[in-house]
Design a protein around this ligand. Structure first.
Ligand code: FAD
Length: 340
């Protein structure tokens, strides 16, 4: 008997908030379809796991996006996200169904939930992955499926491929927007299974007193004619950077690093997983010039960059560059714009 014969199917955690399903979950289902199609001999299904309160009606939507089956855990304790109850319920679903793999979006929720579940199951987790493939040679040799899960490392300069040979399920969180969404098919049919967890406890360790809706930024960086881009090197002088934008009648945008560090909203992110912009002027401040960022702004008419590293990649796509500290250069820029 193969070591993991009982473990089957690719499970995708279907993230929802107030019944709105996160797009990344459908991206993962789309990719999971390709993975199961690459090993038809295993007969694996793509299974969505949907947790929440009054979410059962959403199961068909998940099937329309490519799931063969949806396991629904519908419980009042799952109304709002809670690490405790979500981790408890998802762990029980996994223990009861023994999936070969369990994929979760690398969203704030997924990044909180997946490691907890992995720790409870005592299995590994590859976090923040950007690519997943089935190792077909391994599958042929051993009769076991093995996912090659790739993630950036060393600040995005290298990609590492991580495999999990000795435990199941293979778990990974995957960044949003790295997989393409497959078209939906509302005529698709699939199985819906309701799962009732046996709660370890129904006493919450944490109470949600109030939910404050995030106010959406009312800027559209794709429409701005002048953009002042903030990178990690300008995080300590965002106020002056905003002044530069104000003086020029422009808008502030940023790299993903700045979003991840919590300084600016995702709405302002330029690049492969952000927005593509084409302003007449793009001032890149403390931006290294990673391909993923440049992909979203290299068609700007005029690119001016400020970076303290003369070797920074951003200079290769710039029309003009200043080697210097943003904290020094930006105030001078404000003064000279005012004087002009
Ligand atoms: P860093 O790479 O940390 O660079 C900071 C720069 O600031 C350096 O060049 C440094 O010399 C300079 N600096 C530091 N201090 C100062 C100072 N005081 N004054 C002047 N200069 C200074 N990134 C995006 O931006 N958009 C995307 O859409 C995007 N999508 C991605 C998708 C994938 C699948 C992956 C793997 C990565 C993605 N990234 C994206 C991340 C990208 O690879 C880089 O990590 C990111 O762009 C780096 O941001 P940064 O230039 O602000 O930070």
């Amino acid at each position: 008997m193969a070591r993991f014969e009982e473990y089957k199917d690719i499970f995708v955690f279907v993230e929802q908030e107030n019944g709105n399903i996160a797009e990344v979950s459908y991206e993962l289902i789309s990719e999971a379809r390709k993975l199961v199609a690459s090993i038809p001999e295993f007969g694996y299904k793509v299974v969505g796991v949907l947790l929440g309160e009054n979410v059962k009606e959403k199961a068909q939507e998940v099937i329309s996006h490519g799931a063969d089956k949806v396991i629904v855990v519908d419980d009042a304790l799952l109304k709002d996200y809670s690490t405790q109850f979500y981790a408890d319920a998802l762990t029980q679903v996994v223990l009861a169904h023994k999936p070969d793999s369990m994929l979760t979006g690398a969203t704030p929720l997924g990044r909180d939930l997946a490691p907890r579940v992995a720790a409870r199951l005592n299995v590994g987790l590859t976090a923040d992955a950007t690519k997943i493939e089935v190792d077909l040679e391994y599958a042929k040799e051993t009769g076991e499926s093995l996912l090659d899960v790739t993630r950036p490392t060393f600040g995005g300069n290298l990609f590492g491929t991580i495999v999990c040979k000795d435990t199941r399920p293979q778990m990974a969180t995957i960044r949003p927007k790295v997989f393409e969404l497959a078209p939906t098919d509302t005529t698709r049919t699939g199985e819906v299974e309701e799962f009732t967890p046996s709660w370890t406890t129904t006493d919450p360790q944490v109470f949600v007193e109030k939910v404050i809706e995030k106010v959406k930024a009312d800027v559209d960086i794709t429409k701005a004619n002048i953009l002042v881009g903030a990178g990690r090197g300008a995080e300590n002088c965002l106020d002056v950077l905003q002044k530069v934008a104000d003086e020029l009648g422009g808008v502030v945008c940023c790299t993903r690093a700045v979003v991840e560090d919590g300084f600016l909203d995702k709405d302002r992110q330029v690049g492969q997983t952000g927005k593509t912009v084409r302003p007449s002027l793009y001032i890149a401040c403390g931006i290294s010039g990673a391909v993923q960022h440049c992909a979203g702004m290299d068609k700007s008419d005029l690119i001016i960059s400020i970076n303290r590293d003369p070797q920074a990649e951003i200079f290769n796509i710039s029309n003009m560059g200043f080697v210097g500290d943003c904290a020094t250069v930006l105030p001078l820029l404000v003064e000279s714009i005012k004087a002009a």
